[in-house]
Design a binder for this molecule. Structure first.
Ligand SMILES: *[C@@H]1O[C@H](CO)[C@@H](O)[C@H](O)[C@H]1NC(C)=O
Ligand SMILES: *[C@@H]1O[C@H](CO)[C@@H](O)[C@H](O)[C@H]1NC(C)=O
Ligand SMILES: *[C@@H]1O[C@H](CO)[C@@H](O)[C@H](O)[C@H]1NC(C)=O
Ligand SMILES: [Zn+2]
Length: 450
């Protein structure tokens, strides 16, 4: 009997494997990844949008696949989420799992209820490789760092503007500039940056200048409670990250999470930049002890990360979102939206649609909206747990007057950002910076004279 049944079983299994997993578990080079993304985009043209956000030093495109019910453009109320892989070219597991995530999201839309709800409520951006030049230069080695850097031998995760250090003159690499422009082109809310060489979820800050943020060896941000929750969401949804000492680390990674600075301080990191200047909460996920593991490990690594990648995306629905509208119903850009008790280095502001998104754990919060020339509006909101219903609490603020009444320049911020260098518009930064800093300078001068 066994002899009769075995070939049938094999045939059946073979057929199942070839239809259910078109993407094989191996390392695809830059050309193959590009071909794969183009094929996905052709096959799922109404669910996906493929575009390059720039080129690497050696001229390779930095391809981003955007997925969602409305993949080509932002819609009011739909939060923007992103995953970035392979920033260090020799840390390759993130790149692999992101391709498998793309396959899961495209094949699962309409058939898998969780995937369908995620893509109906969120616009998801996936950059499988931020450092294709580094990937192509890498050798298949667990710890050796060949390929970590870009073609100019620069560590991309040290090349962003840093909130805690003066580095305004520093040269930005092409890959970093592309990500900075991308960040200012979409109102991103939540992100993760995928690395290897440890198994842990690390959260901001990565740096400190010894101010109030420095607490018992950690650099603690005003949204620390949210970051800890986000990191734990990943580590506990992952099959083993929440267990400690996965890779014989010398540091204590209780629950599989760590404050970035507590682990080791670094400046110019991407997660701090996203959070401080991009209003986008980003964490760093270290997915494997071995940075470039054998291909036979890949199915297991995908299985371990798959539920965590999905659960983390769902967290984009934490907290509260909405629009600031003027008396006539027009969206108000650049309004400050502050949550009492959270002094962000750069206060969160509404985007060009007058929208804001604030990730918050369930609880009661007082939100203050400030527009130049008007009395600030405050509202105490009772915030439920949004991810279960795939939506943050929606609350719009309607101003009492037209935003332009009595204000010469409605987009001029009322308060200067205490963190340095950033200009969302991308140009004429000197003039804008001078305008922002002038009141501060005058104030300092007055104090000196007194
Ligand atoms: C795209 O569709 C073709 C034809 O059905 C199929 O052979 C191919 O595997 C699909 N590729 C992807 C990446 O979905
Ligand atoms: C998702 O959106 C599609 C298209 O609008 C709709 O047909 C479907 O019912 C929605 N599904 C869920 C689970 O929200
Ligand atoms: C929030 O406020 C409501 C009353 O408005 C109260 O019933 C509830 O217990 C408060 N929740 C928390 C977490 O403090
Ligand atoms: Zn890394």
């Amino acid at each position: 009997m066994m002899v009769v049944f075995t070939p049938c079983l094999c045939l059946w299994l073979g057929a199942w494997v070839s239809t259910a997993s078109g993407l094989d578990f191996r390392y695809h080079n830059t050309v193959e990844v590009e071909q794969y993304l183009k094929a996905v985009n052709r096959n799922y043209s109404s669910l996906t949008h493929l575009h390059s956000i720039g080129k690497s030093v050696e001229g390779r495109d930095l391809w981003v696949l955007t997925l969602g019910k409305y993949p080509t453009e932002h819609r009011v109320g739909i939060p923007e989420f992103k995953y970035v892989g392979n920033m260090h070219g020799n840390e390759v597991v993130g790149r692999v799992v992101l391709l498998h995530l793309i396959e899961l999201l495209t094949q699962g839309y309409h058939s898998d209820p969780l995937v369908t709800r995620i893509l109906n409520s969120t616009r998801v951006h996936i950059l499988p490789s931020m450092n294709p030049d580094g990937f192509e230069a890498s050798t298949r080695d667990c710890m050796y760092s060949e390929g970590r850097f870009n073609k100019h031998r620069v560590d991309l995760n040290r090349n962003f503007p840093d909130a805690f250090e003066r580095d305004e003159e520093e040269q930005r690499e092409a890959e970093v500039r592309a990500v900075m422009d991308w960040l200012s082109s979409e109102p991103f809310v939540l992100s993760a940056n995928l690395h290897g060489g440890a198994v842990v979820a690390s959260y901001p800050y990565d740096n400190s200048n010894g101010g109030g943020e420095l607490q018992r060896g950690s650099s603690v941000s005003p949204d620390n409670d949210v970051f800890v929750h986000l990191a734990k969401t990943y580590s506990f949804s992952h099959t083993l990250m929440h267990k400690e000492n996965n890779c014989y680390e010398s540091k204590d990674f209780k629950d599989g999470i760590t404050n970035g600075f507590y682990w080791y301080p670094l400046s110019g990191g991407m997660q701090d930049y996203n959070y401080v200047w991009g209003q986008c909460l980003e964490i760093t996920l270290e997915l494997s002890c071995c940075k470039y593991p054998p291909e036979s490990d890949l199915p297991g690594l995908w299985a371990a990360n798959k539920p965590a990648l999905l659960a983390y995306m769902q967290q984009v629905h934490l907290g509260v979102k909405g629009q600031v509208l003027d008396w006539a119903g027009a969206p108000v850009e650049n309004a400050l939206v502050e949550v009492e008790g959270r002094r962000n280095l750069c206060p969160f502001r509404t985007d060009r649609n007058g929208e804001y998104y604030r990730l918050l754990l369930p609880g009661n919060y007082t939100v203050k909206v400030t527009v130049p020339g008007q009395e600030p509006m405050t509202k105490t909101l009772s915030v439920p747990y949004g991810p279960d219903g795939f939506s943050a609490l929606t609350h719009d603020f309607i101003l009492r007057r037209r935003s332009s009444d009595g204000v010469p320049d409605a987009t001029q911020p009322t308060e200067s950002c205490t963190a340095k260098v950033w200009n969302p518009a991308g140009s004429h930064s000197a003039a804008l910076l001078a305008r922002r800093l002038m009141p501060l300078l005058l104030l300092t001068l007055c104090r000196l004279l007194l």
